[in-house]
Write a new protein. Sequence first.
Length: 165
Amino acid sequence: MAGERGGLTHIDASGEANMVDVGDKAETVRIAVAEGSVRMRPETLKLILEGNARKGDVIGTARLAGIMAAKQTASLIPLCHPLMLTKVSVDITEDADLPGLRVEAMAKLSGRTGVEMEALTAVSVACLTIYDMAKAADREMEIGGIRLVAKSGGRSGNYRRREQD
């Protein structure tokens, strides 16, 4: 049944999509962390890290874009509730093994619904911004691995993604 653990909460009894009523839920502190990456040529990574991309500060711009995107999630994802986020952070770090950049976003609030979509949206848009700002140097970049890493708060409790080989 919809709403049970593992069920589809945005589908009503007749199979129609609907916005979940969270009015009766308790307000709790809710945090979600998501991650993703942009794989690129080593020369492109060097260009970004040295600050020599033609469009400017790739990492700073991508960080800001991710934060802004988290705040707009309800405008982008049809059934998401507009949320009063209390914190959004986006960290972008070099990963020479990719080679490329790893993106991690955290979204937080005190409210009645989770912030997983906000964290995932922040990561997605930060990765897209990295691609956009560096595409003149490397059109073969690959965005991947976008996923929820952890969440806390709410009726369903805590979740942490198991490490995978």
